[in-house]
Write a protein that binds this ligand. Structure first.
Ligand code: URA
Length: 421
């Protein structure tokens, strides 16, 4: 094969053969296909797409570029993947909850980039907690605790790691076959028998409108079915931040509230909805709402954090500087835009601009009111936290137009919009 022939074929709208796909992914991973050639091919895929069969093969080739975990544990294995949002800390209460209900939850997670937060960044705000585990540690913790949230091991889908970094700098991230194969190659290599996807829709999500979110969800589910994974997808609203806390340590604190039977209603609702779906795929009958209220999920959380060196009882980092945003008028908060709040938290230091940057564990935004709440002029609406007070102006700019007080709030769409099985 020649890379130029494969690029020309896709440029001219052809369907790539299995052999072409296997070759190009393998050759790119080995360095025999150059970055400029792969970026031309990714752009051709962006414009001409891939069929479901091509996408499934592309995913298989990326899985085959590395190792596949063999999860030998004596309980059903089930995982969740979210396409990313603002205040989306759901993995933190969900993984211990589903483990407390009897499943094994291997949740290999990522770091934040841009305005969406990363699960590992949040957990690293717990003193002592360690994200990097060996395969042996993952398997042993899965057996002893039932839940592991950690970084992906180096050997999982190395082709995707290289290709995703290339897509990031060549304007080729936003292609559904490439997004779907990227996500699913990592999830299938991780080896869980069942997988529930939380595909976010709205300003704070990757997919801003329902039609494209649905198309992504269908592509993801199709790849899972092709690979024998029990899979379903929830389409969920991401036009407003989830819960009240957006950042790192503040999201851990809110998750602990949920695990102790309290916390914001929307975080509880989505945690229970995803847990029900995961347990149903795993063939376990349990009542996740009751298990959450009983405190058993909190016990699993504490064991999970300790197993990775963290102290679940330690106090969490707090930012040195606080700025309060007050309500401009009396009325009802009608909007609180997820993207604006996400960018504000990012600029305050909760997120990073480049992969190598550190995050501030104490930085972020607390939303004291949510859409539909009555507010009085001058009442605190948002609290901004940062260790770098110079960042406040940029955060306030991001919040311009992101919240509004009116006489009444419009009807909100439901949190769980649809389920795709
Ligand atoms: N997340 C991924 O893992 N891959 C993509 O391509 C996009 C989002």
């Amino acid at each position: 094969f020649s890379a130029v022939d494969v690029i020309r074929a896709k440029r001219d709208g052809a369907v790539l053969s299995d052999a072409q796909i296997d070759w190009v992914i393998d050759a790119y991973t080995r360095g025999a296909v150059a970055d400029e050639q792969m970026s031309a091919l990714a752009m051709a895929i962006f414009f001409n797409g891939m069929t479901a069969a091509e996408t499934a093969r592309w995913t298989q080739a990326m899985i085959s570029s590395g190792e596949r975990l063999a999860l030998q544990v004596d309980r059903p294995t089930v995982d969740k993947h979210s396409t990313g949002g603002v205040g989306d800390k759901i993995t933190l209460p969900l993984a211990p909850l589903v483990a407390a209900c009897g499943a094994a939850v291997p949740q290999l997670s990522g770091r934040g980039l841009g305005h969406t937060g990363g699960t590992l960044d949040k957990l690293e705000s717990i003193p002592g907690w360690r994200a990097a585990l060996s395969t042996e540690e993952i398997l042993s913790q899965l057996s002893s605790v039932g839940a592991v949230v950690c970084a992906a091991t180096e050997g999982l889908a190395p082709a995707d790691r290289k290709l995703y970094a290339l897509r990031d700098v060549t304007g080729t991230v936003e292609a559904i076959p490439l997004i779907a194969s990227s996500i699913m190659s990592k999830k299938i290599a991780e080896g869980a028998e069942s997988l529930v996807l939380d595909v976010k829709v709205g300003s704070g999500a990757f997919m801003k409108d329902l039609a494209s979110a649905r198309a992504l969800a269908e592509a993801l589910v199709a790849i899972g079915v092709e690979h024998g994974v029990r899979i379903s997808a929830l389409l969920t609203d991401m036009s407003v931040p989830l819960g009240r806390a957006v950042g790192n340590a503040v999201e851990v604190a809110e998750s602990v509230d949920v695990l102790r039977g309290g916390g914001p209603a929307d975080v509880v609702e989505l945690t229970v909805a995803l847990a029900s779906e995961m347990l149903s795929l795993a063939g376990i009958s349990a009542d996740p709402a009751a298990v959450l209220a009983s405190g058993e999920a909190y016990e699993v959380w504490a064991r999970m954090i300790r197993a990775q060196g963290g102290d679940p009882d330690a106090s969490l980092p707090v930012a040195s500087h606080k700025h309060v945003v007050t309500a401009p008028a009396t009325g009802v908060l009608s909007t609180l835009d997820a993207y604006g709040v996400g960018v504000a938290a990012w600029r305050l230091g909760a997120g990073r601009a480049r992969k190598e940057d550190p995050v501030q564990f104490g930085a972020g935004v607390l939303c004291l009111a949510k859409p539909g709440d009555s507010v009085e002029a001058g009442q605190p609406l948002l609290e901004l936290y940062t260790d770098t007070p110079d960042a406040v102006d940029g955060a306030l700019q991001a919040l311009e137009g992101a919240y509004e007080v009116r006489d009444a709030a419009p009807e909100r769409s439901p949190l769980v919009i649809d389920t795709i099985r």
